[in-house]
Design a protein around this ligand. Structure first.
Ligand SMILES: [Zn+2]
Ligand SMILES: [Zn+2]
Length: 323
């Protein structure tokens, strides 16, 4: 059965939150969005494989990887992750999406797996548009303004039905059991007397879709602003504070204030700041600057998780590696 009305439907795991150079406490960028047995990875910086293990994400899950652009801090971990999956005997196929240069890059990395890969890997050179659509979740790439071809990603989850109404189901003669699960999953069922019951007969109105937007690396730009409209969660890079606005413009990044201004003007529910420069090790300055503009901002830290329920409420957890 799908989630109940307020069950957790999406888990966002931050494997790495450091921009450009990893530090003692922060890995290169990588995020995994977990839903319906899928691990959807957004970027794969150096040493993502260890973080993946620490987070206990499971090497043989259904999985796709989306790479925002070909800068090393977003892609250097792919070779290690593919090697790890092969050594651990992954079987399920893996799809990787990103700029066209990713195709020879993955091939070169595969050549370093000396015992050969144990699973099928398919790499797609992408344009803006839908990349992935399964289990009520869709991923769309949109072009952003960085240095060279770079994308952000929009993930939209639409629950197949509204809340299941057991009273109504009983009234229509549907016995409690697997048929209830099918109806709640948006499938019609046939009763033993031949009568067909449709999901809309026993469920309420569909809730608003959940939307998670990941900026990748970018200057403030209209495509991000537009895509972020009404987002449940905007995960935005925030490389610098405004003190280094000139560096942000020159290197194709955002300040914390710019990220917060986009969150505010786009009506975002929660802003998560990530990919901040190693010069801000604990990120306090980044968070303070963003909160002055948009109070519903939090700072991503390595192995932090955000759990979303079907109505878009979020709960934040920090993983303690000692336990
Ligand atoms: Zn970067
Ligand atoms: Zn970059």
């Amino acid at each position: 059965m799908t989630d109940s009305c307020c069950g957790i439907v999406i888990d966002i795991v931050f494997l790495g939150t450091g921009g450009s150079i990893p530090t003692a406490g922060r890995n290169h960028p990588s995020i995994v969005v977990r839903h319906s047995g899928w691990n959807l990875m957004l970027d794969c910086g150096e040493d993502t494989q260890r973080q993946f293990e620490f987070a206990g994400l499971g090497q043989n899950k259904k999985m796709s990887i989306m790479i925002s652009h070909m800068h090393g801090d977003h892609v250097l971990g792919l070779g290690g992750l593919l090697l790890r999956f092969s050594l651990l005997g992954r079987i399920k196929p893996l799809e990787i999406y990103g700029p066209p240069e990713l195709i020879p890059y993955v091939k070169m990395n595969q050549a370093t797996i000396n015992l050969g890969t144990t699973f099928k890997t398919t790499v797609y050179g992408i344009n803006s548009g839908i990349l992935f659509d399964a289990d009520n979740l869709q991923v769309r790439a949109f072009e952003v303004d960085h240095r060279g071809l770079a994308f952000g990603f929009e993930l939209t989850y639409q629950r197949p039905t509204g809340e299941f109404n057991p009273k109504e189901a009983r009234k229509l003669g549907v016995p409690k059991g697997p048929l209830w699960g099918k109806l709640a999953d948006g499938k019609s069922v046939k009763l033993s007397n031949g009568k067909e019951i449709r999901p809309e007969d026993v469920t309420g109105p569909k809730p608003k879709p959940l939307k998670i937007v990941y900026s990748g690396d970018t200057r403030p730009c209209d495509s991000l602003r537009k895509t972020a409209e009404g987002a449940t969660v905007l995960i935005s890079e925030a490389m610098y504070t405004s003190e280094h606005l000139d560096l942000a413009e020159e290197r194709g990044h955002m300040t914390a204030a710019s990220a917060a201004e986009i969150a505010k003007s786009s009506g975002v529910k929660l802003l998560v700041l990530t990919h901040y420069s190693p010069r801000y090790e604990n990120g306090e300055e980044i968070l303070d600057e963003a909160r002055a503009v948009f109070p519903d901002a939090i700072l991503a830290t390595d192995l932090m998780r955000i759990r979303l329920n079907a109505t878009g409420e979020s709960t934040v957890f920090h993983q303690d590696l000692q336990t």
